[in-house]
Ligand binder design. Structure first.
Ligand code: IPD
Ligand code: CA
Ligand code: CA
Length: 256
């Protein structure tokens, strides 16, 4: 295994232990409001510190972009960290959230880890080597069309007040005969697309830490990832579409 992936796994597992410990005493969690339905807790901050400390003790010269503490350092290597993706789920005791860590080299993802501490599911990959769920290789589902497909999406409740384009896309997918989930963790939606639990995923209004790890895991599972315009700017544009090539093509048609 690539040593950098090993460090990412070590960091994700340590943060996961902290999440599980903290989830047993949610009443003691200190919550701050960042915006509309946007919260951060002491657990998010602690996990982020654990992850950064683990990474920097192995790679002190690397840069970091982390959701709660922002940018640290400058380097061709940059770790993109979401200490808890699905914070609202976590705070409500709804057991669907994860730790998401990606290593970028010159803005291209090279290593990725998504860890769901509740289910003890670890999604990992190194560019060019395929992706795994725990010790098993994963592949995207070979679904040909949206009909009978199982899709996931999310709502940009923090950045939008006009949901009509999103509601139209949902309406169109349902009319094609697909069913849709809204899980509250974009990183897990991508991981589930990678392992074939979902056929596809799209969302608008996301940040790099929501998608950096999951998008590489989808690609390494044989899927493709674009933004809503069909380009590769999904890490920065905020919109993402993922699935096998046929599903992405069909989703782009509906979304555009
Ligand atoms: C959120 C989750 C959610 C998505 C939001 C994200 P957070 O991340 O991924 O599914 O719909 O847009 O911000 O705040 O829980 O880390
Ligand atoms: Ca997130
Ligand atoms: Ca988060």
């Amino acid at each position: 295994m690539h040593p950098k992936l090993n460090i990412a796994i070590k960091a994700a597992l340590k943060a996961g232990e902290n999440i599980i410990r903290s989830s047993k005493r949610l009443d003691r969690t200190i919550i701050e409001k960042k915006g509309n339905l946007d919260f951060v807790s002491n657990v998010d901050k602690e996990c982020e510190e654990i992850i950064i400390e683990t990474i920097l003790s192995a790679y002190p010269d690397h840069a970091i972009l982390a959701e709660e503490s922002g940018k640290h350092g400058k380097s061709e290597y940059k770790w993109i960290i979401d200490p808890i993706d699905g914070t609202l789920n976590f705070l409500r005791g709804y057991p669907h959230f994860c730790v998401s860590i990606a290593l970028m080299r010159n803005d291209r993802a090279e290593e990725a880890v998504i860890y769901d501490p509740f289910k003890d599911e670890l999604f990992t990959c190194s560019r060019g080597n395929g992706a795994k769920l725990n010790d098993t290789k994963i592949r995207v589902k070979n679904q040909n069309s949206l009909t009978k497909g199982l899709l996931a999406t999310g709502f940009a409740v923090r950045s939008t007040t006009d949901f009509s384009p999103q509601l139209k896309a949902i309406n169109d997918c349902l009319n094609y005969g697909a069913d849709i989930r809204r899980s509250g963790s974009a990183a897990l939606d991508l991981a589930y697309t990678a392992c074939g639990r979902l056929d596809g995923f799209w969302e608008f209004g996301l940040s790099p830490w929501d998608v950096a790890a999951g998008s590489l895991i989808v690609i390494e599972s044989g899927g493709i990832v674009t933004d809503k315009d069909g380009t590769e700017n999904y890490n920065t544009s905020g919109s993402i579409v993922a699935g096998n090539p046929k599903i992405v093509k069909a989703l782009l048609k509906v979304i555009q």
